[in-house]
Write a protein of this length. Structure first.
Length: 542
């Protein structure tokens, strides 16, 4: 059995690893041919507070916790730890996630969910079975389950995004979980919840109908039509229990899947009218196959996610047109990150251990810069993408890493935290005139990737700027087309000389944000410089 599992892991790693569009796949990658003219080049950014793209849904900056490696056990739940509270929750992690302000957390998987029986994880803890999780070949004690997750969410101040098992699980079991969570009393599963000590229903709104069902690595993998029918049936049964649910169907797990977009079309042909959104997943790597290990290309890879969003949205709209449906689906980018180092063999195989250290990617500066670029991509697609999850949150391809004695913040923590803290209100449709460089298969890539947000409620305007130039700083001139802001509140940058620099328990502050000298505004124009290899966040009061 282990051999089959390993093969499955490898299949998965190849498939999820291949997260770039075919056009950008391996091959003849030429070094950047710069169109720049001088060492500190001028870019111009036009901001008009009347020109906006869409309101920002807070769920755009969600995250993800899977029963995988040390994410749950030793990550957020560690009853034996000196750092745990009375529930067994790690207090330091609770504080960190609460301070980040993560609005929604997807749970319990991931690949794990496709073999998960939620009934194993509820009720008296001593009666819960220890099971073999076949997705990651790990042992799960089931000491943390639905009720513990809901309690954790409440303390953190986040919402649950519940994943359902549509692999080995049935529509009936999915509807039973909805009943357990959302019905007040008087039914079999609501009474079980009450017997387990929880009188009030959780009222979980958002649900994922399975996980990556297009992938041959997925437990219960099936054809698109089979899955579309199953999703339709699950959606119907779940809505009989609670008509107010928001449901996300599984889209393609990445642009290099052979069934990319075909899968999405065929699934939606079966369940379009029954769901609210379609999921996208994406993991970007900096391997010879993906980028030729060229940092200039790697830092442009967020643009391929803009394309993935456009293509997937187009398929949704195609099916909508064919069905003459008044409803437009939104997109749930419910797994995204950089991930390529810990994606093979031992890093993916739990060897039948409890809480084995799996997928413990250590992130460097250039990973963090790309994560900043992805934040920009998600923001400028906020008209279509209403929910997205940084995968994952703790220990497993994560911004937060724990040991028995504490935690540290990985490099990618910072751009994610800026999105969470500063991107409020609406996304501005900023126009950027930037020098560019050439990338084979992608054409001209602008050095500067700029997005902006405007919160009339808070009276704040923000800009987020990725400078992809590996060698030079860029001068930026902001043209405020209606009114210039009053005062700079935040001016911070993540940068450094060594793109490969990382944080760790030995050096938790090697890569941290620095203060950027405050931009100066004169009349309707603001000038400042962004360093080479940098991601900058600027915030003004209006
Ligand atoms: O996030 C790690 C894994 O990546 C998830 O379990 C799966 O959905 C994806 O392939």
């Amino acid at each position: 059995m282990a051999a089959i599992l390993r093969r499955r892991f490898l299949q998965q790693s190849m498939a999820v690893g291949a997260g770039i569009s075919a056009e950008l796949a391996p091959g003849r990658w030429l070094p950047a041919q710069s169109t720049k003219a001088s060492p500190a080049m001028a870019a111009r950014v036009y901001v008009d507070t009347k020109r906006t793209i869409a309101p920002i849904d807070r769920n755009l900056f969600g995250s993800f916790l899977e029963h995988l490696g040390r994410a749950i056990y030793q990550g957020i739940y560690d009853p034996g730890s000196k750092l745990a509270d009375a529930n067994g929750f790690r207090k330091d992690v609770l504080e960190e996630v609460r301070a980040l302000g993560v609005p929604i957390v997807r749970y319990p998987g991931g690949n794990f969910v496709s073999g998960y029986n939620w009934l194993d994880g509820v009720g008296p803890k001593q009666g819960r079975p220890k099971v073999l999780d076949k997705a990651w070949n790990s042992l799960d004690s089931n000491q943390f389950g639905t009720d513990e997750f809901m309690a954790w969410c409440k303390i953190v101040g986040t919402l649950p995004l519940m994943g359902l098992n549509l692999g080995t699980g049935s529509s009936e079991q999915a509807a039973a979980l909805v009943e357990y969570c959302n019905v007040e009393k008087g039914t079999q599963w609501s009474e079980l919840r009450r017997k387990n000590g929880i009188a009030e229903p959780y009222k979980v709104k958002n649900w994922c109908l399975g996980n990556e069902m297009d992938g041959p690595w997925q437990i219960g993998h099936m054809t698109a039509t089979q899955y579309g029918l199953k999703a339709q049936d699950a959606a119907r049964q779940m809505r009989y229990v609670d008509p107010s649910l928001t449901l996300v169907a599984c889209g393609s797990s990445g642009p290099l899947m052979p069934t990319y977009l075909e899968w999405d079309r065929e699934v939606l042909e079966q369940c379009y009218e029954y769901v609210d959104a379609l999921s996208l997943h994406r993991y970007i790597g900096n391997t010879p196959a993906e980028t030729g290990r060229d940092s200039g290309k790697f830092l442009a890879m967020n643009l391929t996610m803009d394309r993935q969003i456009a293509e997937t949205g187009a398929v949704c709209d195609y099916v909508r047109g064919r069905m003459r449906s008044p409803k437009q689906l939104w997109l749930s980018f419910d797994e995204w990150n950089v991930w390529y180092r810990k994606r093979n063999g031992d890093d993916m195989n739990g060897r039948e251990k409890e809480a084995p250290p799996l997928l413990e990617e250590v992130y460097n500066l250039e990973d963090a810069l790309l994560v900043g670029g992805i934040i920009n991509t998600l923001l400028r697609n906020a008209d279509r993408v209403k929910l997205a999850c940084l995968a994952q949150l703790v220990n497993v391809i994560a911004p937060i890493m724990t040991s028995a004695n504490g935690l540290y913040r990985q490099t990618i923590y910072y751009p994610y935290s800026w999105g969470l803290q500063m991107a409020r209100g609406e996304v501005l449709n900023v126009l950027t005139d930037s020098p560019s460089y050439e990338i084979t298969g992608m054409g001209k890539v602008p050095y500067l990737d700029v997005t902006g947000t405007l919160s009339k409620e808070d009276g704040k305007v923000c800009l987020f700027i990725l400078n992809r130039d590996l060698a030079d700083a860029h001068e930026v001139e902001l043209v405020w087309e209606d009114a210039a802001p009053a005062r700079v509140i935040t001016s911070t940058v993540l940068t450094g000389n060594d793109l490969k620099a990382t944080n760790g328990f030995d050096a938790p502050k090697r890569v941290v944000p620095q203060e950027l000298s405050k931009p100066v505004t004169s009349g309707e124009r603001t000038k400042f410089e962004v360093p080479a290899r940098s991601y900058t966040a600027l915030q003004w009061s209006l």
